[in-house]
Each structure stands twice: as structure tokens, then as C-alpha cells.
Write a protein that binds this ligand. Structure first.
Ligand code: GDP
Length: 131
């Protein structure tokens, strides 16, 4: 079975809407097969987002990702990398399609409620990082 990696981000744990987000995930047919609530350290967040370290928003992103607990999850289902990216919606919620998690719940381009792996290779790397 295919797997992907998901994070419910600090803006969502802070607003107590993790159940609402996981309802969208489960109703799409994806299965949550592992789950834990953790508070990222600065070091973990910097490693996880190292691809963005030269971007102007990097420090803000690290501060945000370590500001409140997150929920890290493994999702399973056929083609789950693509399916989860589709139900997450665009990075900026202003561009996200109706019914997507980010359209429904995200606050702005940074506080956008969820992360999802963008390829099968990255899913494996990200799952191994946290589980
Ligand atoms: P994703 O794969 O859709 O999450 O998007 P990216 O990999 O491009 O960006 C990673 C995360 O960095 C996003 O989910 C946002 O939380 C944050 N981010 C991306 N672009 C911006 C931006 O232009 N400004 C700010 N402040 N944060 C951003």
C-alpha cells in the first residue's frame, strides 16, 4: 500500500480543529495508520524545511512551526501522495479550490494548516524522519 506523510500544523492544533481536518482526510478514503502529537524543536524544523533555508520566509516558517504542537501522521491508500496533495489544496489558501483543507481552514500562505509530501521519495524520507 502507498504511504504519504502529513503534518497538521500549529495554526490548526492551536484552533482545536485537528479532528475537522482528519475528517476531510478520512472522508476522502485515505487511512491514518500512524499518528503522534509532538512539539518540533528548532533543529527538527530547520532540518525538515532545509530545502527552503535560503528563502526570505525561512525564519518566520521555523518560528511558526515550533510555536505550538503539531500532529505528524502516516497516511495510506492507492496513489495517496497525489490524492493527499489534491485534498490539501494550493499552498496559498487564496488559490486553493473549494472543499480543500487549505480553502476550508488555512489562515494565510504560511499558516496553511497542513503539510503533505510532494513525492513518493520525499514521503519515505519524511516518514523515516519522524517514525
Ligand atoms: P507546500 O508543499 O504546499 O507546503 O509548499 P512549499 O513547500 O512551497 O512551502 C512550505 C511551507 O512554507 C508552506 O506550506 C508554508 O507554510 C510556507 N510558505 C511557502 N511559501 C511561503 C511564503 O511565500 N511566505 C511565507 N511566509 N510562508 C510560505
Amino acid at each position: 500500500m502507498d504511504q504519504t506523510f502529513s503534518i497538521i500544523k500549529p495554526d490548526a492544533t492551536k484552533r482545536n480543529i485537528t479532528g475537522s481536518i482528519n475528517k476531510v482526510i478520512e472522508e476522502s478514503g485515505l487511512r491514518i495508520i500512524a499518528q503522534k502529537r509532538i512539539k518540533l524543536t528548532t533543529n527538527q524544523a530547520e532540518k525538515f524545511y532545509s530545502v527552503h533555508k535560503e528563502r526570505p520566509f525561512f525564519r518566520d516558517l521555523i518560528e511558526y512551526m515550533t510555536s505550538e504542537p503539531v500532529i505528524v501522521q502516516i497516511l495510506s491508500g492507492d496513489n495517496c501522495v497525489e490524492r493527499y496533495r489534491a485534498i490539501m489544496g494550493a499552498t496559498n489558501p487564496e488559490n486553493a479550490e473549494n472543499g480543500t483543507i487549505r480553502k476550508l481552514f488555512a489562515l494565510n500562505v504560511q499558516e496553511n494548516s497542513v503539510h503533505g509530501s510532494d513525492s513518493t521519495e520525499n514521503a519515505k524520507i519524511e516518514i523515516d524522519f519522524f517514525f
